[in-house]
Design a protein around this ligand. Structure first.
Ligand SMILES: Cc1cc2nc3c(=O)[nH]c(=O)nc-3n(C[C@H](O)[C@H](O)[C@H](O)COP(=O)(O)O)c2cc1C
Length: 364
Protein backbone atom coordinates (compact mmCIF):
# COMPACT_ATOMS: atom_id res chain seq x y z
CA UNK A 1 0.00 0.00 0.00
CA UNK A 2 1.34 3.45 -0.78
CA UNK A 3 -0.05 6.92 -1.06
CA UNK A 4 1.20 10.13 -2.40
CA UNK A 5 4.05 12.03 -3.79
CA UNK A 6 7.14 10.48 -5.37
CA UNK A 7 10.00 12.05 -3.43
CA UNK A 8 13.09 13.74 -4.86
CA UNK A 9 16.59 12.25 -5.10
CA UNK A 10 19.61 13.83 -3.39
CA UNK A 11 20.04 17.55 -3.76
CA UNK A 12 23.53 17.10 -5.23
CA UNK A 13 22.03 16.48 -8.68
CA UNK A 14 22.54 19.22 -11.29
CA UNK A 15 19.81 21.76 -11.97
CA UNK A 16 16.65 20.54 -13.68
CA UNK A 17 15.76 21.22 -17.28
CA UNK A 18 12.37 22.90 -17.68
CA UNK A 19 9.51 20.51 -16.93
CA UNK A 20 8.01 18.69 -19.89
CA UNK A 21 4.49 19.99 -19.44
CA UNK A 22 3.20 19.17 -22.89
CA UNK A 23 0.22 17.19 -21.62
CA UNK A 24 -0.36 18.77 -18.22
CA UNK A 25 -3.51 20.70 -19.01
CA UNK A 26 -4.71 23.09 -16.28
CA UNK A 27 -8.31 22.19 -17.20
CA UNK A 28 -9.90 19.44 -15.10
CA UNK A 29 -9.92 16.20 -17.06
CA UNK A 30 -12.64 13.56 -16.96
CA UNK A 31 -11.87 10.19 -15.36
CA UNK A 32 -11.84 8.61 -18.84
CA UNK A 33 -9.35 11.19 -20.09
CA UNK A 34 -7.09 10.64 -17.08
CA UNK A 35 -7.26 6.88 -17.59
CA UNK A 36 -6.28 7.27 -21.23
CA UNK A 37 -3.40 9.59 -20.34
CA UNK A 38 -2.09 7.25 -17.66
CA UNK A 39 -2.23 4.10 -19.78
CA UNK A 40 -0.70 5.91 -22.78
CA UNK A 41 2.31 6.63 -20.55
CA UNK A 42 2.40 3.29 -18.69
CA UNK A 43 2.82 1.20 -21.85
CA UNK A 44 6.25 2.82 -22.29
CA UNK A 45 7.59 0.98 -19.25
CA UNK A 46 10.39 -1.51 -19.97
CA UNK A 47 9.43 -5.19 -20.10
CA UNK A 48 11.32 -8.40 -20.66
CA UNK A 49 11.79 -8.85 -24.46
CA UNK A 50 9.24 -6.04 -24.79
CA UNK A 51 6.49 -8.58 -24.09
CA UNK A 52 4.39 -5.80 -22.49
CA UNK A 53 2.76 -8.39 -20.21
CA UNK A 54 0.03 -6.14 -18.84
CA UNK A 55 -3.55 -5.09 -19.24
CA UNK A 56 -5.62 -2.46 -17.51
CA UNK A 57 -9.25 -2.07 -16.55
CA UNK A 58 -10.78 1.22 -15.56
CA UNK A 59 -13.71 2.08 -13.36
CA UNK A 60 -14.32 5.72 -12.45
CA UNK A 61 -11.26 7.12 -10.72
CA UNK A 62 -9.61 3.74 -10.39
CA UNK A 63 -7.32 1.75 -12.62
CA UNK A 64 -6.54 -1.94 -12.15
CA UNK A 65 -3.32 -3.36 -13.56
CA UNK A 66 -3.24 -7.08 -14.38
CA UNK A 67 -0.36 -9.29 -15.46
CA UNK A 68 -1.16 -10.81 -18.87
CA UNK A 69 -0.15 -14.42 -18.36
CA UNK A 70 -0.50 -15.13 -22.10
CA UNK A 71 2.57 -12.93 -22.58
CA UNK A 72 4.72 -14.59 -19.92
CA UNK A 73 7.89 -16.27 -21.23
CA UNK A 74 6.91 -19.87 -20.60
CA UNK A 75 10.42 -21.30 -20.90
CA UNK A 76 12.59 -18.50 -19.52
CA UNK A 77 10.20 -17.17 -16.88
CA UNK A 78 8.04 -20.05 -15.57
CA UNK A 79 7.46 -18.39 -12.18
CA UNK A 80 6.52 -15.01 -13.66
CA UNK A 81 9.37 -13.12 -12.00
CA UNK A 82 10.22 -11.06 -15.09
CA UNK A 83 6.55 -10.63 -15.96
CA UNK A 84 5.93 -9.15 -12.50
CA UNK A 85 9.04 -6.95 -12.63
CA UNK A 86 7.76 -5.61 -15.95
CA UNK A 87 4.31 -4.95 -14.45
CA UNK A 88 5.96 -3.20 -11.49
CA UNK A 89 7.69 -0.87 -13.95
CA UNK A 90 4.32 -0.15 -15.61
CA UNK A 91 2.80 0.50 -12.18
CA UNK A 92 5.47 3.05 -11.31
CA UNK A 93 4.93 4.75 -14.67
CA UNK A 94 1.15 4.90 -14.16
CA UNK A 95 1.62 6.45 -10.72
CA UNK A 96 4.11 8.94 -12.13
CA UNK A 97 1.64 9.89 -14.88
CA UNK A 98 -0.96 10.64 -12.18
CA UNK A 99 1.56 12.78 -10.33
CA UNK A 100 2.29 14.67 -13.54
CA UNK A 101 -1.40 15.64 -13.54
CA UNK A 102 -1.20 16.69 -9.89
CA UNK A 103 -3.08 13.67 -8.48
CA UNK A 104 -1.95 11.67 -5.46
CA UNK A 105 -2.13 7.99 -6.45
CA UNK A 106 -3.42 5.63 -3.75
CA UNK A 107 -1.93 2.27 -4.56
CA UNK A 108 -2.72 -1.23 -3.35
CA UNK A 109 -0.24 -3.83 -4.54
CA UNK A 110 -1.67 -7.37 -4.94
CA UNK A 111 -4.93 -6.31 -3.27
CA UNK A 112 -6.79 -9.61 -3.75
CA UNK A 113 -5.20 -12.96 -2.77
CA UNK A 114 -7.86 -14.66 -4.91
CA UNK A 115 -6.60 -12.84 -8.02
CA UNK A 116 -2.81 -13.30 -8.16
CA UNK A 117 -2.66 -11.63 -11.59
CA UNK A 118 -4.20 -8.41 -10.24
CA UNK A 119 -0.92 -6.57 -9.71
CA UNK A 120 -2.32 -3.34 -8.30
CA UNK A 121 -5.27 -1.03 -7.97
CA UNK A 122 -4.54 2.66 -8.25
CA UNK A 123 -7.12 5.27 -7.23
CA UNK A 124 -6.87 8.99 -7.57
CA UNK A 125 -9.00 11.55 -5.76
CA UNK A 126 -6.82 13.99 -3.85
CA UNK A 127 -4.51 16.46 -5.49
CA UNK A 128 -1.12 17.95 -4.61
CA UNK A 129 1.13 20.01 -6.86
CA UNK A 130 3.57 17.87 -8.81
CA UNK A 131 7.22 18.48 -8.05
CA UNK A 132 9.78 19.53 -10.61
CA UNK A 133 11.59 16.21 -10.12
CA UNK A 134 8.44 14.22 -10.82
CA UNK A 135 7.92 16.24 -13.95
CA UNK A 136 11.51 15.69 -15.07
CA UNK A 137 11.13 11.94 -14.52
CA UNK A 138 7.88 11.94 -16.44
CA UNK A 139 9.57 13.75 -19.31
CA UNK A 140 11.86 10.70 -19.74
CA UNK A 141 9.12 8.05 -20.00
CA UNK A 142 8.98 8.19 -23.81
CA UNK A 143 12.65 9.14 -24.32
CA UNK A 144 14.36 6.45 -22.23
CA UNK A 145 15.67 3.45 -24.18
CA UNK A 146 17.39 0.26 -23.09
CA UNK A 147 21.02 0.34 -24.18
CA UNK A 148 22.72 -2.78 -25.51
CA UNK A 149 26.50 -2.59 -25.74
CA UNK A 150 29.38 -0.64 -24.27
CA UNK A 151 29.56 2.91 -22.94
CA UNK A 152 31.79 5.94 -23.47
CA UNK A 153 34.63 5.90 -20.93
CA UNK A 154 33.46 8.96 -18.98
CA UNK A 155 32.49 9.22 -15.30
CA UNK A 156 28.84 9.36 -14.26
CA UNK A 157 27.41 12.67 -12.98
CA UNK A 158 28.12 13.30 -9.29
CA UNK A 159 25.35 12.23 -6.97
CA UNK A 160 23.72 9.92 -9.52
CA UNK A 161 24.60 6.61 -7.87
CA UNK A 162 23.33 7.82 -4.50
CA UNK A 163 20.07 8.88 -6.16
CA UNK A 164 19.76 5.48 -7.87
CA UNK A 165 20.40 3.62 -4.61
CA UNK A 166 17.78 5.79 -2.98
CA UNK A 167 15.28 4.90 -5.75
CA UNK A 168 15.74 1.21 -4.98
CA UNK A 169 15.45 1.70 -1.23
CA UNK A 170 12.08 3.44 -1.61
CA UNK A 171 10.65 0.12 -2.81
CA UNK A 172 12.44 -2.08 -0.29
CA UNK A 173 14.98 -3.12 -2.93
CA UNK A 174 18.72 -2.55 -2.99
CA UNK A 175 20.99 -1.38 -5.78
CA UNK A 176 24.42 -2.88 -5.09
CA UNK A 177 27.24 -1.34 -7.08
CA UNK A 178 29.75 -4.04 -8.04
CA UNK A 179 32.96 -2.02 -8.10
CA UNK A 180 35.58 -4.61 -7.20
CA UNK A 181 37.34 -5.95 -10.33
CA UNK A 182 37.11 -9.58 -9.26
CA UNK A 183 33.39 -9.33 -8.54
CA UNK A 184 32.73 -7.50 -11.81
CA UNK A 185 34.54 -10.27 -13.65
CA UNK A 186 32.54 -12.93 -11.76
CA UNK A 187 29.25 -11.26 -12.65
CA UNK A 188 30.33 -10.88 -16.29
CA UNK A 189 31.25 -14.58 -16.31
CA UNK A 190 27.74 -15.42 -15.07
CA UNK A 191 26.19 -13.40 -17.94
CA UNK A 192 28.52 -15.12 -20.44
CA UNK A 193 27.77 -18.61 -19.06
CA UNK A 194 24.02 -17.96 -19.17
CA UNK A 195 24.29 -16.76 -22.77
CA UNK A 196 26.09 -19.95 -23.79
CA UNK A 197 23.53 -22.19 -22.08
CA UNK A 198 20.63 -20.25 -23.60
CA UNK A 199 22.05 -20.44 -27.13
CA UNK A 200 22.39 -24.22 -26.85
CA UNK A 201 18.93 -24.77 -25.37
CA UNK A 202 16.65 -24.93 -28.40
CA UNK A 203 13.44 -24.22 -26.46
CA UNK A 204 14.96 -21.05 -24.97
CA UNK A 205 16.45 -19.98 -28.31
CA UNK A 206 13.09 -20.49 -30.07
CA UNK A 207 11.29 -18.47 -27.42
CA UNK A 208 13.76 -15.59 -27.75
CA UNK A 209 13.40 -15.70 -31.55
CA UNK A 210 9.63 -15.37 -31.19
CA UNK A 211 10.17 -12.00 -29.46
CA UNK A 212 12.76 -10.76 -31.96
CA UNK A 213 10.91 -9.73 -35.12
CA UNK A 214 12.66 -9.32 -38.49
CA UNK A 215 13.48 -5.90 -39.98
CA UNK A 216 10.40 -4.19 -41.41
CA UNK A 217 8.01 -6.14 -39.17
CA UNK A 218 4.79 -4.30 -38.33
CA UNK A 219 4.70 -5.87 -34.88
CA UNK A 220 4.21 -3.51 -31.96
CA UNK A 221 5.94 -5.77 -29.44
CA UNK A 222 9.20 -7.70 -29.18
CA UNK A 223 12.69 -6.29 -29.62
CA UNK A 224 13.11 -4.80 -33.12
CA UNK A 225 16.49 -4.74 -34.93
CA UNK A 226 16.53 -0.97 -34.26
CA UNK A 227 16.96 -1.87 -30.57
CA UNK A 228 20.34 -3.66 -30.64
CA UNK A 229 23.73 -3.42 -32.39
CA UNK A 230 24.39 -5.63 -35.39
CA UNK A 231 27.74 -6.59 -33.90
CA UNK A 232 28.16 -7.29 -30.20
CA UNK A 233 30.23 -4.50 -28.64
CA UNK A 234 32.77 -6.21 -26.41
CA UNK A 235 33.80 -4.64 -23.13
CA UNK A 236 36.23 -5.64 -20.46
CA UNK A 237 34.95 -7.57 -18.60
CA UNK A 238 32.53 -8.65 -21.29
CA UNK A 239 28.77 -8.49 -20.66
CA UNK A 240 27.37 -10.01 -23.87
CA UNK A 241 23.88 -9.07 -25.00
CA UNK A 242 21.05 -11.41 -25.92
CA UNK A 243 21.20 -13.04 -29.33
CA UNK A 244 18.14 -11.24 -30.71
CA UNK A 245 19.40 -11.48 -34.33
CA UNK A 246 19.80 -15.29 -34.05
CA UNK A 247 22.33 -15.46 -36.86
CA UNK A 248 20.58 -13.13 -39.33
CA UNK A 249 22.98 -10.22 -38.95
CA UNK A 250 20.11 -7.86 -38.04
CA UNK A 251 20.71 -4.79 -35.88
CA UNK A 252 21.99 -1.24 -35.91
CA UNK A 253 25.25 -0.43 -37.73
CA UNK A 254 27.99 1.01 -35.47
CA UNK A 255 27.89 4.80 -35.00
CA UNK A 256 30.85 6.47 -36.69
CA UNK A 257 31.13 8.78 -33.67
CA UNK A 258 31.37 5.92 -31.17
CA UNK A 259 34.76 5.73 -29.48
CA UNK A 260 36.83 2.61 -30.11
CA UNK A 261 37.21 1.75 -26.46
CA UNK A 262 33.87 0.83 -24.95
CA UNK A 263 33.51 0.57 -21.21
CA UNK A 264 31.25 -1.92 -19.40
CA UNK A 265 30.08 1.08 -17.34
CA UNK A 266 29.09 1.04 -13.68
CA UNK A 267 27.87 -2.47 -12.92
CA UNK A 268 25.15 -3.09 -10.35
CA UNK A 269 22.77 -5.72 -9.04
CA UNK A 270 19.19 -4.92 -8.10
CA UNK A 271 18.27 -7.21 -5.22
CA UNK A 272 15.37 -7.84 -2.85
CA UNK A 273 15.35 -9.41 0.62
CA UNK A 274 12.61 -11.90 -0.29
CA UNK A 275 11.81 -13.49 -3.61
CA UNK A 276 8.05 -13.53 -4.08
CA UNK A 277 5.58 -11.67 -6.35
CA UNK A 278 5.39 -8.53 -4.14
CA UNK A 279 9.20 -8.33 -4.18
CA UNK A 280 9.24 -8.65 -7.98
CA UNK A 281 6.63 -5.88 -8.34
CA UNK A 282 8.64 -3.66 -6.00
CA UNK A 283 11.81 -4.43 -7.94
CA UNK A 284 9.98 -3.33 -11.09
CA UNK A 285 8.87 -0.06 -9.51
CA UNK A 286 12.42 0.54 -8.29
CA UNK A 287 13.80 -0.36 -11.73
CA UNK A 288 11.70 2.20 -13.58
CA UNK A 289 12.50 4.93 -11.03
CA UNK A 290 16.19 4.09 -11.42
CA UNK A 291 16.08 4.09 -15.23
CA UNK A 292 14.14 7.36 -15.46
CA UNK A 293 16.35 9.07 -12.87
CA UNK A 294 19.49 8.06 -14.80
CA UNK A 295 17.86 9.21 -18.03
CA UNK A 296 17.21 12.72 -16.64
CA UNK A 297 21.01 13.08 -16.53
CA UNK A 298 21.66 11.58 -19.95
CA UNK A 299 22.81 8.25 -18.48
CA UNK A 300 21.62 5.06 -20.16
CA UNK A 301 21.28 1.57 -18.70
CA UNK A 302 21.87 -1.92 -20.09
CA UNK A 303 19.82 -4.71 -18.53
CA UNK A 304 20.85 -8.35 -18.25
CA UNK A 305 18.60 -11.05 -16.87
CA UNK A 306 20.23 -13.99 -18.67
CA UNK A 307 21.85 -15.38 -15.47
CA UNK A 308 18.79 -14.62 -13.31
CA UNK A 309 16.72 -16.96 -15.50
CA UNK A 310 18.87 -19.98 -14.59
CA UNK A 311 18.32 -21.22 -11.03
CA UNK A 312 21.92 -22.32 -10.46
CA UNK A 313 23.40 -19.03 -11.66
CA UNK A 314 20.86 -16.96 -9.71
CA UNK A 315 21.78 -18.94 -6.62
CA UNK A 316 25.49 -18.51 -7.27
CA UNK A 317 25.08 -14.73 -7.64
CA UNK A 318 22.95 -14.66 -4.49
CA UNK A 319 25.54 -16.44 -2.37
CA UNK A 320 28.73 -14.96 -3.84
CA UNK A 321 27.89 -11.47 -5.03
CA UNK A 322 24.86 -10.14 -3.16
CA UNK A 323 25.34 -11.16 0.48
CA UNK A 324 22.44 -13.61 0.36
CA UNK A 325 19.93 -11.08 -1.06
CA UNK A 326 17.92 -12.20 -4.09
CA UNK A 327 19.22 -10.84 -7.40
CA UNK A 328 16.51 -9.59 -9.76
CA UNK A 329 18.49 -7.76 -12.47
CA UNK A 330 22.04 -7.06 -13.54
CA UNK A 331 22.36 -3.43 -14.62
CA UNK A 332 25.10 -1.39 -16.24
CA UNK A 333 25.04 2.40 -16.36
CA UNK A 334 27.00 4.77 -18.57
CA UNK A 335 27.04 7.63 -21.01
CA UNK A 336 26.44 6.84 -24.66
CA UNK A 337 24.98 8.33 -27.82
CA UNK A 338 21.67 6.52 -27.95
CA UNK A 339 20.55 5.23 -31.32
CA UNK A 340 18.22 2.45 -30.15
CA UNK A 341 14.51 2.54 -30.81
CA UNK A 342 11.57 0.50 -29.56
CA UNK A 343 7.89 -0.09 -30.21
CA UNK A 344 4.71 -0.40 -28.15
CA UNK A 345 1.19 -1.68 -28.61
CA UNK A 346 -1.42 1.09 -28.74
CA UNK A 347 -3.02 1.80 -25.35
CA UNK A 348 -6.41 0.74 -26.72
CA UNK A 349 -5.05 -2.81 -26.99
CA UNK A 350 -4.41 -3.06 -23.27
CA UNK A 351 -7.28 -1.09 -21.73
CA UNK A 352 -10.90 -2.08 -21.14
CA UNK A 353 -13.67 -0.82 -18.91
CA UNK A 354 -14.28 -3.00 -15.85
CA UNK A 355 -17.77 -3.89 -16.96
CA UNK A 356 -16.82 -4.66 -20.54
CA UNK A 357 -17.53 -1.21 -22.01
CA UNK A 358 -15.01 0.06 -24.53
CA UNK A 359 -12.88 2.99 -23.53
CA UNK A 360 -11.93 5.05 -26.53
CA UNK A 361 -8.21 5.68 -26.62
CA UNK A 362 -6.28 7.74 -29.10
CA UNK A 363 -2.74 6.55 -29.75
CA UNK A 364 -0.69 9.74 -29.56
C1 LIG B 1 12.46 -7.81 -16.27
C2 LIG B 1 13.22 -7.29 -17.47
C3 LIG B 1 14.28 -8.04 -17.98
C4 LIG B 1 15.01 -7.57 -19.07
N1 LIG B 1 16.08 -8.30 -19.52
C5 LIG B 1 16.82 -7.83 -20.56
C6 LIG B 1 17.96 -8.56 -21.03
O1 LIG B 1 18.34 -9.59 -20.48
N2 LIG B 1 18.63 -8.07 -22.10
C7 LIG B 1 18.25 -6.90 -22.73
O2 LIG B 1 18.90 -6.48 -23.69
N3 LIG B 1 17.18 -6.18 -22.28
C8 LIG B 1 16.47 -6.62 -21.23
N4 LIG B 1 15.38 -5.90 -20.79
C9 LIG B 1 14.99 -4.67 -21.50
C10 LIG B 1 13.84 -4.93 -22.47
O3 LIG B 1 14.25 -5.73 -23.55
C11 LIG B 1 13.27 -3.58 -22.94
O4 LIG B 1 12.72 -2.91 -21.84
C12 LIG B 1 12.21 -3.72 -24.03
O5 LIG B 1 12.75 -4.28 -25.19
C13 LIG B 1 11.60 -2.36 -24.39
O6 LIG B 1 12.58 -1.47 -24.87
P1 LIG B 1 12.89 -0.10 -24.15
O7 LIG B 1 13.31 -0.40 -22.73
O8 LIG B 1 13.99 0.51 -24.96
O9 LIG B 1 11.64 0.73 -24.17
C14 LIG B 1 14.65 -6.34 -19.69
C15 LIG B 1 13.59 -5.59 -19.16
C16 LIG B 1 12.90 -6.05 -18.06
C17 LIG B 1 11.78 -5.21 -17.47
Amino acid sequence: MGTGRLPEPGSSLPAAPPPDAEKASPEPLTAAEITRYVVTAAVWAPSVHNTQPWRFTASGQQLSLYADIERRLQVADPDGREMMISCGAALFTARLALRSLGYLPETQVLPDPGQPLLVARVRWARRAARTEFEQRLFGQVRRRRTHRGGFDPVPLPRGLLAALRDSAARYGAMLRIIADDGRRAALAAAVQAAGRVQRLDSARARELARWAPAPGSARADGVPPAGYPARDEHTSPDFPGRDFAHGHGWGLPPLSTASLFRSAGVVALLTTADDRPPDWINAGQALQRILLTASTLGVAAALHTQPIELDWLRESIRTHLSDGANPQLVLRFGAVIQAADSVRRPPADVLAGSDGEDIKVSDE
